[in-house]
Design a protein around this ligand. Structure first.
Ligand SMILES: [Zn+2]
Length: 189
């Protein structure tokens, strides 16, 4: 778990505050505490729900058949398989897939980019594809929940220079996220 310094929207309650990154989610202190208790002391949660007559347990039972697979943790070290492939211009590419229990959960790609005039923008486009694909793979195989904020965050981190493709997409999508838009306006003042 690492501390992040930027104030962004909590994946749990939606509050904009200092967040802590934990297994693909970023939580405020309160939500992190709740998440930790739910994860580490499920028996206590069940007992307390019974004691205070909460319908939490009941509603959980009702929705069991619609539930997504349990949230798996991404370990520090993963097995990776490297594939060699060629694009239409006969450039060699290396695609590295990190696997967890035989499922792909992260993807990286690299090539030499020989004599390429648009190196920076090609790298940022490549980073965008692999970051978004990895986000989707973590959703499919690890149960990580996708949000607009997480999508924007990965686009923003893929950008290498102002007004490259991921930067343009970040700015367009930001307008759909009110809290992030407010921060942008503060910056422009
Ligand atoms: Zn929260």
């Amino acid at each position: 778990m690492k501390q992040t310094n930027t104030a962004e929207r909590c994946d749990g309650c939606g509050k904009v505050t200092q967040l802590q990154d934990t297994h693909g989610n970023e939580f405020c202190n309160e939500c992190l505490m709740v998440a930790t208790v739910i994860k580490e002391r499920p028996e206590t949660i069940k007992r307390i729900c019974t004691l205070i007559k909460s319908d939490f347990q009941h509603s959980e039972k009702d929705s069991k058949e619609y539930q997504s697979p349990p949230l798996l943790e991404l370990p520090e070290v993963l097995d990776a398989v490297r594939y060699r492939t060629r694009d239409r211009d006969s450039n060699t590419w290396y695609v590295s897939i990190s696997e967890l229990e035989g499922n792909p959960v992260e993807i990286f790609a690299s090539t030499a980019f020989d004599r390429d005039d648009h190196l920076q923008s090609r790298i940022s486009n490549l980073t965008t594809i692999t970051r978004l694909t990895s986000l989707i793979l973590r959703h499919v195989f690890l149960g990580e929940v996708l949000t607009l904020e997480k999508t924007i965050k990965q686009l923003h981190r893929s950008s290498r220079q102002k007004n490259d493709l991921p930067d343009m997409l970040t700015n367009v999508l930001k307008s759909y996220s009110r809290d992030i838009e407010e921060k942008k306006e503060e910056k422009q003042v």
